[in-house]
Design a protein. Structure first.
Length: 147
């Protein structure tokens, strides 16, 4: 088995574990009646964001933390959801992308190129990501505040 095949097999296994983990959360969401259906990774993200729209603050926090733990792996799906969602779900998606950090930036740029209405949202999230990574030494802190 070549190194490429091993890497590919590991990536498939990793993605399967993530889908399985999300699937267990989805099975606990009462509005899903299609429990026998096989869900894609994108479906899982969509349903968890949909659940966030009707959930209490604690559950929303759990969903966001769950996405953040997945890191860059979930960034393309959260970015896609950002394009399609509104209200609470969009806010949760944006905050998740900010917390994921630099791994989200390329997907945000692509989304802004596809959909001009997302330009300002994408710019805002990217600025939040990069702004939160500024080292605040005494000199740089003064430069930030004073200019």
């Amino acid at each position: 088995m070549t190194a490429t095949m091993i890497h590919s097999a590991n990536e498939i296994k990793k993605k399967s574990l993530l889908v399985s983990e999300i699937s267990s959360r989805i099975n606990n969401i009462s509005f899903i009646k299609e429990k026998d259906r096989n869900f894609s990774f994108s479906d899982h993200v969509f349903y968890l964001l949909k659940a966030a729209e009707i959930s209490d603050a604690k559950t929303k926090c759990k969903i966001e933390n769950h996405f953040v733990k997945m890191g860059g792996e979930v960034a393309p799906y959260i970015t896609e959801a950002l394009e399609e969602s509104r209200g609470t779900a969009r806010g949760l998606a944006a905050m998740t992308l900010i917390r994921i950090g630099e791994d989200s930036v390329s997907y945000l740029k692509e989304a802004a190129e596809r959909n001009s209405r997302l330009g300002w949202i994408s710019d805002y999230i990217i600025n939040e990501i990069r702004g939160t990574q500024v080292s605040l030494t005494a000199k740089s802190f003064e430069e930030i505040l004073v200019g």
